[in-house]
Design a protein. Sequence first.
Length: 238
Amino acid sequence: MAADKNISENIEEYLEVLYRNGSNGEQVSTTTLSKDLGIAPGSVTQMLKKLENLGYINYTPYKGATLTDEGMKIAQKITRKHRILEKFLLDVLKVKEENVHEQACEMEHTLSDEAERALCTMLHHPDLCPDNNIIPACNFDFESCQDCFSQKDFDQIMNRKFNLLSISELTSSCEGTVSFIRGNEKLLDEITDMDIKVGSHLSYEFNENRVSNYFLVTIDEKELNIPLEMANNIFIRI
């Protein structure tokens, strides 16, 4: 399945910037969008109104915009492809680091879902792009990367019906259900040893003064300090 031809590259770019600046539901200002996209504020405002009419964002004049569930779905998908491509271009093809972002931008809109999955497998389920930004979870209906690896026929893969965020992406207090765990067998075993599994209930109290590289969460009524490497790969449905 290729990228959705009904969604223009321009729309995908806007949603991608909104996700980059507000993945956890934060409101992104018109000024921020204007600077990131290099587009005049007036033109940004007109596009935001269009995106709201399409159901991709919630827009408040003079304040900014947040992604709807549908907008988040599209934004995560294109962001994931971009960041996986960056890692592939840098680590495998040895493209110059200063050229990686621009080339990934050109390729992300045409990368098929099947090719994205193949790249993810070849790169051993990466969690971070070269800029150390989180690579979002895939939207395939798996509980772990091992489930993905065991499914050989791409045409039989179903898409997940809801969006996910990793623990390390959480920027406000929330709770949800662990719905996907990414990583190799060793990491999956380490997470299982902490009694974390798909279906576990997780709650998180945001603390600006938290210990760096650890996230204090409550999972099934048990308080745990989750190291960053694990937090990058444990995804919850909020």
